[in-house]
Ligand binder design. Structure first.
Ligand SMILES: [Zn+2]
Ligand SMILES: [Zn+2]
Length: 312
């Protein structure tokens, strides 16, 4: 069957339809998250100490910021800046420790949703359109099975990377060395808060930000002709490491900077800028380096930083 590119890594056939599918329970991800959450809820309150709480906050911040936002999303998925391969590997490894999926699984999830949202219409699952509780059940415990799904193809650089292949195969097991280390140092308190509570809170929090950033919030831009828009969820800037500026991300997906307006705190960007200053990141792309997205319309006259005003 003839395949044509639907996006960079997604290839569609003539019968591929982003609406034609059904939601089914995904046993592996469901049992994984339910297990972490059950352990966190049952043991978190009784195995609690200040040091365990500090460990939870520090490991969440590092895995979400350097790992998920900068390593997985801005670097691996969008190639929005360049850095040494060892640093990319380190950040993507930290992103795997968030406990959501391995690097290839994350790229596939992101690119499939992104492709679906750019079509004139897509399934409620892909646009978080099912209402709060049903969306929680769907996104955290189920998957969307399209009748004629698009084909997913990784670029050779990533497909041939043996380190990524290894952490992809073993992404759940990657918690184990840290679980043993935390238990050895801080006992059950550290194990429960450093692994179970952290994975449960970070994975559930990721869904919450994803839900609201596709359903409600501020809009600076709108994109014509697509199934769904992104929104800026102001309150979640620090806890999401800047991923909350999702209206900006829909407008400029290839930008390393997500907080584009004055006052839009973006911890992931602060990290990339620091790396650039010490020579560990270069070719850092912001809207001024990117072509305008087809169908993009500016809704406000708010003054933008870093040349966005010229580009928008
Ligand atoms: Zn989106
Ligand atoms: Zn993205």
């Amino acid at each position: 069957m003839d395949l044509r590119p639907g996006s960079e890594r997604i290839f569609v056939a003539s019968n591929t339809d982003p609406l034609d599918g059904y939601v089914q329970w995904a046993p592996q991800k469901s049992v994984w998250l339910a297990g972490m959450t059950a352990a966190g809820v049952a043991l978190g309150p009784i195995c609690c100490s200040w040091s365990a709480l500090a460990l939870f906050l520090a490991t969440s911040a590092v895995t979400l910021c350097a790992g998920h936002s900068v390593g997985m999303h801005r670097k691996l998925i969008h190639a929005s800046f360049d850095c040494p391969l060892w640093l990319e590997h380190l950040f993507v490894y930290l992103g795997t420790l968030v406990g959501m999926a391995g690097p290839f699984g994350m790229i596939r999830l992101h690119d499939f949703r992104d492709w679906a949202q750019r079509q004139p219409a897509c399934h409620e699952y892909s646009r978080h359109g099912a209402g709060f509780w049903r969306d929680a059940w769907w996104q955290l415990h189920c998957r969307l099975a399209l009748r004629h799904p698009p084909r997913f193809r990784l670029e050779p650089r990533l497909a041939g990377d043996r380190f990524y292949a290894f952490i992809e195969r073993t992404w759940m097991l990657q918690q184990l060395p840290w679980a043993l280390l935390f238990f050895a140092i801080g006992g059950l308190d550290w194990l429960v808060w450093g692994i179970c509570v952290r994975v449960s809170v970070c994975v559930t929090g990721h869904w919450l930000v994803g839900h609201f950033s596709h359903t409600s919030g501020d809009q600076i831009w709108t994109v014509d002709g697509v199934a769904t828009q992104g929104y800026n969820v102001r309150l979640a800037a620090l806890i999401s490491m800047g991923e909350n500026w999702h209206n900006n991300h829909h407008a400029y997906p290839g930008s390393a900077k997500l907080g584009l307006l004055p006052g839009q705190a973006d911890p992931g960007w602060w990290l990339i800028r620091s790396l650039e200053v010490v020579g560990l990141a270069w070719n850092v792309r912001t809207p001024r380096d990117l072509p305008e997205r087809p169908g993009l319309r500016r809704l406000t006259e708010a003054k933008l930083r870093d040349g966005v005003a010229d580009a928008a």
